[in-house]
Design a protein around this ligand. Structure first.
Ligand SMILES: Cc1cc2nc3c(=O)[nH]c(=O)nc-3n(C[C@H](O)[C@H](O)[C@H](O)COP(=O)(O)OP(=O)(O)OC[C@H]3O[C@@H](n4cnc5c(N)ncnc54)[C@H](O)[C@@H]3O)c2cc1C
Length: 378
């Protein structure tokens, strides 16, 4: 089949874009690596309302999945977050409540292997998408290869990266007390710990993202899972009682990064970047994939709404995509980075300022509502 668009990279962003374009009757080549289908990712992603809507429109929201992915250890792949509670390191606190914002949920915690499995099934059922391991000619090439994209390097695109002095450790734990659909986050001595509710509102499973020094992350990931669970029980002040291990831990280096150029022409043809290939940020706000899904939703919408005489590789259209998505990404990256920086300062004036700030925002309802809506992409 001759392709209209070739997507490089078959992660969540690439699969979603392929489905969005096939809905427009475009023929899509989806270039992936030849790895086996079953994912062993221990992470659970916080996805916002916009991401959920995109995936639902494609029939790829895991709620309705048959849940046969071999790596899942539970039966409810999506958990609505009713409340979020954040603790500073010196008495500061802030909480957000879905009901008081007039929403069903603040976000949804989604089991990553189940989401990947659901997307793969949807792609397999779409005759206009051809899965392949080698690229071919197309009017437009979309690079969705993630943060270490080889094609982006080949295209000569500068990728400015600022590594954080932290790595992220992710795992899954059983909590003695039910999480009650509450996402909890602690800022503590420069570290950030998030316990995300999984396995439904009544669940006792939490997805862990712990941002800490590379040495500490490596030591705990290689050590006894019980020792890690005990450390995190103490770090979370036993808010959910005793935590016990459910899965091995995995570690990711963290960086903020942004491609200078998101679209251009080369010997390959016209190209455009999306997802982590274009930008990465700290996972403390749980926004990386939300940004990637917003990229591909916007790109697909612009292509769909183009004047009938504009080709798929129309430079004006692609520059508009670049402009809009760069601006949205920068706004979010700035806020996330500022928070990470503020909580990594060890001197006492900073500790007072950040904890005072959390309490002030908590008491200022309009500002708090605005912040929550930004994070929810409403
Ligand atoms: C610990 C942690 C927690 C996170 N939590 C959240 C969260 O709660 N919410 C959220 O929104 N985001 C979260 N993120 C961010 C999220 O993981 C990324 O933003 C997201 O995975 C990016 O998706 P992607 O498809 O753009 O890239 P990737 O997931 O990196 O996928 C790229 C794909 O391209 C393939 N590929 C690469 N090179 C080639 C090649 N040369 N040829 C063919 N295929 C290739 C890869 O095999 C892969 O399948 C988190 C990140 C971390 C590290």
């Amino acid at each position: 089949m001759a392709w209209d668009i070739c997507i490089h990279g078959d992660g969540i962003t690439g699969n979603t874009l392929a489905l969005l374009l096939a809905q427009q009757r475009l023929r899509v080549g989806l270039v992936g690596s030849a790895k086996s289908a079953a994912s062993t990712d221990v992470r659970a992603y916080a996805l916002n309302a916009a991401s959920r809507q995109t995936l639902q429109s494609l029939g790829a929201w895991p709620e309705a999945a048959d849940n046969t992915s071999s790596n899942t250890q539970h039966t409810t792949p999506v958990t609505a977050v009713q409340r979020m509670q954040v603790w500073g390191d010196d008495g500061g606190q802030i909480s957000f409540d879905a009901r008081s914002l007039g929403q069903d949920a603040l976000s949804w915690i989604v089991d990553v292997p189940v989401l990947e499995h659901t997307l793969h099934q949807a792609v397999a059922a779409q005759p206009l998408i051809e899965r392949t391991t080698s690229l071919g000619p197309a009017k437009l090439h979309v690079v969705c290869e993630g943060k270490a994209s080889a094609l982006r390097t080949q295209l000569g695109v500068e990728f400015e990266a600022w590594p954080y002095p932290h790595h992220a450790l992710a795992t899954r734990l059983h909590s003695e007390q039910g999480h009650g659909g509450v996402a909890r986050q602690w800022f503590s001595g420069g570290d950030i710990l998030a316990l995300l509710p999984m396995d439904g509102a009544q669940g006792h499973m939490v997805g862990v993202v712990w941002s800490t020094s590379p040495a500490q992350a490596a030591q705990f990931a290689a050590g006894e899972p019980q020792a890690l669970a005990e450390h995190l029980s103490a770090m979370s002040h036993h808010t959910l009682g005793q935590l016990t291990p459910l899965a091995p831990a995995a570690v990711w280096p963290l960086q903020r990064a942004q491609a200078r150029q998101w679209t251009g022409r080369s010997a390959l043809g016209t190209w455009v970047l999306a997802g982590d290939a274009a930008h990465t940020l700290h996972p403390l706000a749980g926004q990386g994939l939300n940004l990637g899904l917003a990229d591909v939703a916007r790109l697909a919408a612009l292509l769909k709404a183009r004047d009938f005489w504009r080709p798929l590789d129309d430079a004006r259209l692609l520059r508009r995509y670049e402009r809009e998505r760069k601006a949205a990404t920068l706004a979010l990256v700035g806020g996330t980075d500022g928070l990470q920086w503020l909580f990594s300062q060890h001197s006492s004036p900073w500790a007072q300022v950040r904890n005072w700030g959390l309490n002030q925002v908590n008491q200022t309802l309009p500002l708090k509502q605005w912040l929550a809506k930004q994070a929810m992409n409403l």
